[in-house]
Design a protein around this ligand. Structure first.
Ligand SMILES: CC(=O)SCCNC(=O)CCNC(=O)[C@H](O)C(C)(C)COP(=O)(O)OP(=O)(O)OC[C@H]1O[C@@H](n2cnc3c(N)ncnc32)[C@H](O)[C@@H]1OP(=O)(O)O
Ligand SMILES: O=CC(=O)O
Ligand SMILES: [Mg+2]
Length: 541
């Protein structure tokens, strides 16, 4: 028998926050966590056990062959406002960006509590408030510089990306144990906005990040069934697109669609986390710096081709990934960025993708043009089966790049991006533009995982010496010195950069590549000072 555990909210619950943190909404999140928290913990344990097996031995699962071989099943037909998804804009649900995303001309806006959001309590709760305000028609505002933000007539369909299964939300506790951040973000949005979305002829739609297996998709499906029943929403109303952004999930795309088939809205190629997953799970190989590992690398092509083939075979959308350049104010650099995005989107639409992502309103038109040219008046190209594509386990895993030597520029860039991004994240910004590129949790994870890998392997530099922890720490110190000496850091940023450096130093010194930087960073700096491992038993007896 379960004892009545105390529910505590350790974050601010005042002012407008009370509109989100209502007793009913909290009850709903708590009910979700009580029902599914233990399974989440078991699946996180399973991830760790699986990581101990050599990635090179990964293969398509024998136990689910029957699902892959069965030609007869399809996912639910797309709902009307998720039929044409040729351009989707992503970004954190910060107030100004919410208005700008809603006015961007994209077909879909993915409001992101994940890679693009630093999960401070304020960001999470104001994000929920902004979504609610947007649906209530109350999001308009005037900025402190007098600029007015007003939402136009035609709005994109809204999808929400909750945080991944690995993260806790430490500000809401059941008997002292933090609830799952995924269930918190999902539950709060569904509770406050699900019916509002239905009333405007849309629905509660989600993006699901960082899944590592079809069992995690099954957990989400069970969460959807439970949540719909509890809120009196018809089964199958919720729709969700799963990001394929881990190497293990790439082997289970069919199974993931199958598990979610009554709620599925296809798959997305989460290319940046996918690359990160490859680096951290392949200590046996060394990749060159991320600028050289493009989408045309054979293993990246194998994964995206398989994703399109799998989706179209099952009647589902295949959505492309993020070209991480952001438009510059310098016209030459801006043109170069647009050309790069155009080229990337052309490859995707040619391969069969039904739509793609952009990170900035200035890129919507370019992506739209490319898809318009190809799709014309068709809303998508799901009918285009890619039976010509045959991808083997060896192709998915073949990350060999020949002999790799890292340049000093590449090393210093990785150090600089990792340091600056982590400092921004600790300061509450989950996405920033650095050197003309969009940097978020996924792209920054690549930098720090590559640094770890180069150190672990003693990878040669192109000037003769191997990469060592000492060399990377020196570059970290020098980067920080340049920032301090040029007066770029005020007292607060000096503090954040100091914390970022400490965190990176710890992560880069681990014997095995740490799973995520966001988890220890959150537990140390954002979780209200109480470390709650994600593995803590979910249900107190
Ligand atoms: C790997 C992945 O997971 S990708 C998906 C997750 N990542 C993201 O979603 C990143 C989204 N993008 C961003 O956050 C931003 O574009 C950044 C941080 C990279 C750059 O933002 P800025 O430095 O503000 O860019 P810039 O100054 O060019 O912005 C111009 C205007 O566009 C707005 N804008 C920029 N990006 C976005 C966006 N994604 N959504 C809405 N508005 C945006 C800015 O708010 C700004 O508005 P204003 O003119 O009213 O002040
Ligand atoms: O979430 C998207 C990615 O590329 O990572
Ligand atoms: Mg990602």
């Amino acid at each position: 028998m379960r004892t009545q555990e105390e529910i505590t909210i350790t974050g601010s619950a005042e002012g407008r926050y009370t509109e989100i943190l209502t007793p009913e909404a909290i009850d709903f999140v708590v009910a979700l966590d009580r029902e599914f928290g233990a399974r989440r913990v078991q699946l996180l344990d399973r991830r760790r056990r699986r990581r101990a097996t050599r990635t090179t031995e990964l293969d398509f699962l024998p136990s689910t062959k029957v699902i892959r071989d069965d030609e007869s099943w399809q996912v639910a037909p797309p709902v009307p406002d998720l039929t044409d998804r040729r351009v989707e804009i992503t970004g954190p649900p910060e107030r100004k960006m919410t208005v700008n995303a809603l006015n961007s001309g994209a077909k879909v806006w993915m409001a992101d509590f994940e890679d693009a959001t630093a999960p401070t309590w304020d960001n999470i709760i104001t994000g929920q408030l902004n979504l609610k305000d947007a649906l209530d028609g109350k999001i308009d505002f005037t900025a402190s510089d007098g600029k007015e933000y007003r939402v136009g007539e035609t709005l994109p369909t809204i999808m929400v990306r909750p945080r991944g299964w690995h993260l806790p939300e430490c500000h809401v506790r059941i008997g002292g144990r933090a609830v799952s951040a995924s269930l918190f973000d999902f539950g709060m949005y569904l509770f406050h906005c699900g019916q509002k979305q239905l009333d405007r002829g849309s629905g509660p739609y989600f993006y699901l990040p960082k899944l590592e297996s079809h069992l995690e998709a099954r957990l989400w499906n069970d969460v959807f069934v439970f949540a719909q029943e509890r809120l009196g929403i018809a089964r199958g109303t919720i729709r969700a697109t799963v990001l394929i952004e881990t190497i293990t999930a790439a082997f289970e795309m069919e199974e993931i669609l199958y598990e979610l088939r009554e709620h599925s809205a296809g798959l997305n190629a989460g290319r940046w986390d996918y690359l990160f997953s490859m680096i951290k799970n392949r200590p046996d190989v060394v990749l060159p710096d991320r600028a050289q590992v493009t989408m045309t690398a054979p293993f990246m092509r194998a994964y995206t081709e398989l994703l399109v083939r799998t989706c179209h075979r099952r009647g589902a959308h295949a959505i492309g990934g993020m070209a991480a350049v952001v438009p510059s104010r310098d016209p030459v650099a801006a043109k170069r960025a647009l050309n790069q995005v155009r080229q990337d989107k052309r490859r995707e639409v040619g391969d069969g993708f039904d739509g793609s992502w952009v990170a900035h309103p200035g890129l919507v038109e370019t992506c739209k043009e490319v898809f318009d040219q190809w799709l014309g008046h068709e809303p998508n190209q799901i009918v285009r089966r890619r039976d010509d594509v045959q991808v083997t386990a060896e192709q998915l895993l073949d990350v060999r790049f020949g002999s790799v030597a890292v340049s000093e520029v590449a090393l210093r860039t990785s150090v600089s991006v990792a340091l600056r991004y982590v400092a921004a994240w600790l300061g509450g910004r989950g996405a920033v533009a650095l050197n003309g590129l969009m940097e978020d949790a996924a792209t920054a994870e690549i930098c720090r995982a590559q640094l770890w890998q180069w150190i672990a392997q003693g990878t040669p530099t192109d000037y003769g010496v191997p990469v060592t922890a000492g060399l990377v720490m020196r570059f970290l110190r020098e980067e920080l010195d340049v920032l301090s000496e040029t007066g770029a850091l005020d007292e607060e940023s000096a503090r954040l950069f100091g914390q970022a450096r400490t965190l990176l130093t710890v992560l880069l010194s681990e014997r095995t590549c740490p799973e995520f930087l966001t988890l220890p960073a959150y537990l140390r700096h954002m979780g209200g000072g109480v470390a709650t491992p994600a593995t803590q038993p979910a249900i107190a007896a």
